[in-house]
Ligand binder design. Structure first.
Ligand SMILES: NC(=O)C[C@H](N)C(=O)O
Length: 343
C-alpha cells in the first residue's frame, strides 16, 4: 500500500491574479535521471511540488500558484484510496472562494483514469486540469515545464469553466471523458481522435472549439463525500481460447463488478459469456467494453435478458471507474446502463 504523505504547501505572493492550486501526485513530470538523454529508464515521482513550481517561474505572472503534495508516485501506484483522497480534497478546495482552479500533476500511464474519476466526482464549475509529461524533468527538451505552464494558464482562465475535467498535454486540451494515452513513449501520446479535442493552445491562448456531450462535474450524481472505500471492479481481457474460469476467479476474489475488454464490438466467446452470466447470477455487475481502442460498444437486446451492461465508448479502464461509482448507488444493471449512456 502506498503511504499517503502529509500535504505541504508553497504559496506565492498575493496578487489580483486568479488563485490556482497545484496538487502533485508524482509521475514523469516529477521524474529524474542521472543522464539528460534518458527518457525511458528513469524514476518517476522524485521531485516535490515546490521544485515543479520553481522550475516554471513564468506561471506566477498568470496566476497566484500554490502547491500541495498529495502523493509522489508513478501512476501505476495510484489506487482507489488516493483517488478518494484527491477527489475529496479538490471538492474542499473548490468550495472555497480563495481557489479559482486546480491543476493535478500526474503520471501519464493511468492519468486518464484519474481524470475521468475526477470528471465524475468533482462538484464545481471551476476549471480542473490534469497534466503530466512523457520526458523526465532532467531530460533535454523535457515536456513537463511547458505542459505545466499551459495547465496553470488553463486553470486560471474563466473560459475554461464548465468544461468538465480537462487533460492539457502537448498543446492539446482534451475532455477527460474522451482522451486516452495512445503511445508508449511519444510526447504526443494523449489523443482524442474519434471525438476530437475541446481545444488547443496557440501561443499563450487556449482556443476552445467544442464541448463534451456527456454529463460531468457540476452535473454529476456521484457523491464521494461519505465514501471511505470504492467497490472492487476488475478488468478481464478477451482473447482466443479464453475461459469462464477467469470470471469465477474474479468473483471468488470478491469483485463487485467486472469489465470485459471484449473483442471488436464487445464480443465474447461462448465460454466467456457463460462465465459472465454465472458472475451476474452471483450478484456481480458485468460491463462489456472493448479492447479495440475506439468506437462504441452497441447495446444488444440480449444484454437486457442476460443482465449485462454495454460500455458506450468508454475504454475498459474508464468503464472500470464508472462501474465503481455506479455500484456506490445501485446494483441494478438497467440503472447502471443509464449511467453508462449518460456519463
Ligand atoms: N510518462 C509518465 O508519467 C509515465 C510514468 N510511468 C507514470 O505514469 O508515472
Amino acid at each position: 500500500n502506498t503511504p499517503v504523505q502529509v500535504a505541504s504547501t508553497v504559496k506565492s505572493a498575493e496578487t489580483d491574479l486568479p488563485n490556482v492550486k497545484i496538487l502533485a501526485t508524482g509521475g514523469t513530470i516529477a521524474g529524474s535521471s542521472a543522464s539528460n538523454t534518458d527518457t525511458t529508464d528513469y524514476n518517476a515521482g522524485q521531485l516535490g511540488v515546490e521544485t515543479l513550481i520553481k522550475a516554471v517561474p513564468e506561471m506566477t505572472k498568470v496566476a497566484d500558484v500554490s502547491g500541495e503534495q498529495v502523493v509522489n508516485v508513478g501512476s501505476p501506484e495510484i489506487n482507489n484510496e488516493i483517488l478518494l483522497k484527491l477527489g475529496k480534497r479538490i471538492n474542499t478546495l473548490l468550495a472555497s472562494k480563495d481557489v479559482d482552479g486546480i491543476v493535478v500533476t500526474h503520471g501519464t500511464d493511468t492519468l486518464e483514469e484519474t481524470a475521468y474519476f475526477l470528471n465524475l466526482v468533482v462538484r464545481s464549475t471551476k476549471p480542473v486540469v490534469v497534466v503530466g509529461a512523457m520526458r523526465p524533468a532532467t531530460a533535454i527538451s523535457a515536456d513537463g515545464p511547458m505542459n505545466l505552464y499551459n495547465a496553470v494558464k488553463l486553470a486560471a482562465n474563466p473560459a475554461a469553466k464548465k468544461k468538465g475535467v480537462m487533460v492539457s498535454f502537448n498543446d492539446r486540451i482534451g475532455a477527460a471523458r474522451y482522451i486516452t494515452k495512445t503511445h508508449t513513449t511519444a510526447v504526443d501520446t494523449f489523443k482524442s481522435v474519434e471525438q476530437g479535442y475541446l481545444g488547443a493552445f496557440a501561443g499563450e491562448t487556449p482556443y476552445f472549439s467544442s464541448v463534451s456531450n456527456k454529463k460531468h462535474t457540476s452535473q454529476t450524481v456521484f457523491d464521494i463525500s461519505k465514501i471511505e472505500k470504492l467497490p472492487q471492479v476488475d478488468i478481464l481481457y478477451s482473447h482466443q481460447n479464453d475461459g469462464g474460469y477467469l470470471y469465477d476467479a474474479a468473483v471468488d476474489a470478491g469483485a463487485d463488478g467486472i469489465v470485459v475488454a471484449g473483442s471488436g464490438n464487445g464480443s465474447m466467446s461462448k465460454a466467456s459469456m457463460e462465465g459472465a452470466k454465472a458472475a451476474v447470477s452471483e450478484g456481480t455487475a458485468v460491463v462489456r467494453s472493448t479492447r479495440v481502442g475506439s468506437g462504441v460498444v452497441t447495446h444488444k437486446a440480449s444484454d437486457d435478458t442476460d443482465g449485462l451492461v454495454s460500455a458506450d465508448s468508454l475504454n475498459p479502464q474508464k468503464a472500470r471507474i464508472l462501474l465503481m461509482l455506479s455500484l456506490t448507488k445501485t446494483k441494478d444493471p438497467k440503472k447502471i446502463q443509464h449511467y453508462f449512456n449518460n456519463y
